[in-house]
Design a protein around this ligand. Structure first.
Ligand SMILES: [Zn+2]
Length: 197
């Protein structure tokens, strides 16, 4: 599991990226590690067994990186929301667990009263086209995020569509900057050449 900081794009959070051709609503991205090797079972444990070791571990790295002055001091941390039925089924939202850790380390409040999620199908079961449509299932409560710099937190950054859709909603409520913070970034086929770095 590589923790090297310079191996992902600081704009989009992907390793071999084409974000200059993409419309992304988040402004920058901070990643703890690549989604490979030990990170894969660690994320699964976090999702399925209440083992929060990976949340603690990744939040520490994210916090360290977010303390770089280029990110400034954000106003709040917003976890990518999960549907309430899904939270009841699993017992918690793993993105919120990472966000809570990050909140403690950075001394920045967590807010789960801004975004919500309607029932949706797990992203990993969908193809690219269906994924893009699935992100429409996020919504925003009628609250103001006027002039806020928000750290948007998730466990795995896959296509970036989820983070981008959530950032779009936050900006529609007035947020001026959204920094995507993800514990892991999923690899694309084109990333293989970087594998042994
Ligand atoms: Zn990029």
């Amino acid at each position: 599991m590589s923790l090297k900081q310079d191996l992902y794009c600081h704009r989009c959070g992907k390793i071999s990226c084409f974000c200059r051709y993409q419309k992304l609503f988040y402004d920058d991205a901070v990643i703890a590690c690549r989604y490979e090797n030990a990170a894969v079972p660690s994320v699964l444990k976090l999702k399925q067994t209440r083992n929060t070791n990976f949340a603690v571990f990744s939040a520490r790295i994210l916090a360290q990186r977010l303390q770089n002055p280029v990110y400034g001091k954000a106003d709040c941390i917003v976890p990518v929301p999960m549907h309430p039925a899904e939270i009841r089924r699993r017992g918690y939202n793993q993105a919120a667990v990472i966000a809570a850790e990050l909140s403690g380390l950075l001394g920045i409040p967590c807010r789960d009263d801004i975004l919500f999620r309607n029932k949706s199908i797990a992203q990993h079961l969908l193809n690219a086209q269906e994924r893009a449509k699935n992100v429409e299932n996020f919504g925003i409560h009628p609250v103001s995020a006027e002039n806020l710099h928000i750290i948007l937190c998730d466990d795995v950054l896959t296509t970036g569509n989820t983070m981008s859709r959530c950032a779009e909603l936050l900006k529609s409520a007035g947020a001026f900057r959204v920094t995507a913070a993800s514990a892991a970034t999923a690899l694309r086929k084109a990333d293989k050449k970087f594998r042994n770095n």
